[in-house]
Design a protein around this ligand. Structure first.
Ligand SMILES: *Cc1c(COP(=O)(O)O)cnc(C)c1O
Length: 638
């Protein structure tokens, strides 16, 4: 009994198992009741809210899973952190310039996200980065003040330049970053035509590279940026037109999610040299834009692994400020304002995808009969006998034999010599052999290569109410790892090993790579489902890049979105609910006219009436349920 109490599973055990304190960055944890909580500070007071309370609040209001939950407090928090840490590094390092952050709209373009960044960021003069005409239109409408920067990257045509020039005339600090030499003549022509002097930046192609997924964004072969000779051409052209005072910003973007601080330092050093030279060429300058790349520690390992980062935000800021100051002071160049375009780190924490588990399939054997049927094939007999003589010494041999007998049974089934029931029996015996081996692997002094990982081959599939393609495109496209954890029941030990399947029935619609402090795990520990009780999981840190890259695979549409703000007393307000796509909306995205589709179905129902297959009353019911499905959610509804 005493031992039982000692070995009781606690929230702490779960916290360790899932690494939530490591990747949660102080925002997520598990409370003693075994529920995942969001922690934040409101008006100087620490508050926490259980995600289960949020989920029950939502389900009581009739909001169906899956739900993308936006936590506005965390978005505000990250903006504060970024600005405060830079301010601190600047003060501590005796740096003369200011910090001016901009949020790259492409990382999360949703109106309520951009509005909140603009609203909350105003006191820091946090601005926006636009990479296309559409994003510029959004930025021009949302930018909170003339103190915040608008940085224009990407390909720009005359219309794009005109809009940015008008904004400049209206007093906004709008920078055109020249990405290719052909942009400059268009800009100069528009600037003359409208009589408005532009603020110009140049995008560098650095020779410094950064590791990680996006390593090709920087370096000699990167798609974007100007070579050294092209920059000299631009300076000469501006000089010839007496426009060098317009050249005010130097920009580079090494790529997103840079795991290694060394790469950041190298790039800063190289850029500081370029900046110095541009000043010495007579350009006005004043701004140095170091792009994005500030990483998020998705697996909590604090390493230079692709899903992690080996530095803190404080170190990032200090290294940038110190790195610049050292080079600039050496050449006696005035310190520019520092701009960064951190997207991922700003918004990742603020969104959590919540969903329920619909079903589980287990890969496990069923009880075997006492004896084999009289007419069992010899291969079935051989397989059966393994269970009798297998021991620790011959496990590997037995494994090979079992594999062979199973494949023979499958072969004989194909040729009609083994029946369906006997084949099922064979598969079942095989599973028992594997289960026995994996249960005993731990007792071996040395695990033979062939048997390594066999214990991980026996996992459950948890079918979950979401679509990887719609909600986690990076998990599918680039094997990005996101932390996943049940949001309740953490006082019970999760006894099952599982992978996660979504409801697209696509063989890629699954998650089988999970965050681990030391490695990538191929299964996740989950609790057994209970009858008549929902089991909820959360996928965390999904605020960056996931929302608009998502696609309509199997015509599963946008999920419901709910924004909440946690209050000082620990309650939360639902600020905004956006209903997910209905079936009618989703099919109209792929050019169907829902009315027309509905009419075509009505005709079929009418034909069935005419041919006597269904009654008129039946027709009414069928057509009504078709039409109600049209208006319904594309996900599994309870
Ligand atoms: C994508 C992008 C960013 C954002 O990078 P993060 O790593 O998300 O901070 C910043 N600047 C440019 C030019 C980009 O293309």
């Amino acid at each position: 009994m005493a031992k039982d109490l000692l070995s009781k599973w606690t929230s702490n055990d779960s916290a360790n198992l899932y690494g939530i304190k490591e990747w949660g960055a102080g925002y997520f944890d598990i409370n003693p009741d075994g529920e995942v909580i969001v922690k934040t500070t409101v008006s100087g007071k620490k508050v926490e809210v259980s995600l289960m309370d949020i989920v029950s609040g939502l389900t009581q209001r009739g909001t169906q899973m899956p739900v993308l939950l936006r936590l506005e407090n965390l978005l505000d928090n990250q903006i504060s952190l970024l600005n405060n840490q830079f301010a601190k590094a600047i003060k501590d390092g005796g740096y003369q310039g200011n910090y001016r952050g901009v949020f790259p709209i492409k990382v999360n373009q949703q109106q309520q996200v951009i509005e909140e960044i603009a609203r909350f960021g105003e006191k820091y003069h946090h601005g926006l980065e636009a990479g296309s005409k559409a994003e510029l239109m959004v930025a021009l409408a949302m930018i909170p003040s003339t103190e915040s920067l608008i940085i224009c990257n990407g390909y720009k045509d005359a219309e794009f330049f005109d809009m940015g020039l008008y904004a400049t005339e209206m007093g906004y600090k709008c920078f055109f970053v020249i990405e290719t030499p052909s942009e400059l003549p268009i800009l100069m022509e528009r600037s003359k035509a409208l009589g408005i002097a532009p603020r110009i930046g140049v995008r560098l192609k650095l020779s410094s590279r950064a590791g990680g997924h996006w390593q090709d964004s920087g370096g000699d072969n990167s798609l974007f940026g100007l070579t050294t000779s092209e920059i000299i051409d631009i300076i000469d052209q501006l000089k010839a037109e007496d426009m060098l005072s317009s050249l005010q910003l130097l920009h580079y973007h090494l790529g997103s999610q840079i795991p290694n601080i060394r790469d950041i330092r190298n790039a800063v050093q190289e850029t500081a040299r370029f900046y110095t030279e541009l000043v010495q060429e007579g350009a006005q300058m004043g701004y140095l834009d170091l792009g994005g790349g500030l990483a998020v520690d998705y697996d909590g390992s604090q390493t230079n692994y692709v899903h992690s980062k080996n530095y803190t935000l404080g170190e990032y800021c200090t290294d940038i400020v110190e790195g610049l100051r050292t080079v600039l002071d050496e050449h006696e160049v005035a310190h520019p304002n520092i701009v960064t375009e951190s997207g991922r780190a700003t918004v990742a924490y603020a969104s959590v995808l919540l969903f329920n588990v619909l079903d589980v399939t287990r890969l496990e054997s069923r009880p075997l009969p006492e004896t084999l049927p009289e007419d069992a094939d010899e291969m079935l007999v051989n397989l059966w006998e393994i269970l009798g003589y297998m021991n620790l010494k011959n496990m590997q041999e037995c494994y090979n034999d079992a594999l062979y007998y199973r494949s023979e049974i499958r072969e004989r089934f194909k040729h009609g010599q083994v029946s369906l029931r006997h084949r099922a029996l064979g598969e079942n015996i095989f599973l028992q052999v594997i289960e026995e081996i994996s249960a005993n692997l731990g007792r071996l002094k040395r695990v033979p290569k062939e048997l390594e990982g066999l214990d991980q081959a026996l996992y459950d599939i948890y079918y979950c109410n979401f679509s990887v393609f719609q909600s986690l495109p990076d998990a599918w496209a680039i094997d990005q790892i996101f932390p996943i954890i049940p949001i309740h029941r953490h006082r019970e030990k999760p006894e099952r090993q599982a992978i996660i399947g979504d409801i697209t029935c696509d063989s890629d619609g699954k998650i089988d790579k999970f965050a681990d402090l030391h490695d990538v795990k191929h299964t996740i520990s989950l609790h057994e489902l209970k009858a008549h009780e929902e089991y909820y999981l959360g996928i965390f840190l999904v605020g960056a890049y996931q929302e608009t890259l998502g696609d309509l695979h199997n015509l599963l549409g946008d999920t419901n979105i709910v924004s909440i703000r946690i209050q000082e007393d620990g309650s939360f307000d639902i600020l905004r609910e956006i209903e997910g796509d209905s079936v009618a909306e989703v099919i109209s995205y792929v050019e169907y006219d829902p009315k027309d589709v509905q009419n075509q179905f009505r005709k079929k129902a009418e034909q069935a009436v005419r041919s006597g297959k269904i009654s008129v009353q039946r027709r009414k019911t069928i057509v009504e349920s078709y039409e109600s499905s049209m208006r319904g959610y594309t996900y599994f509804e309870r």
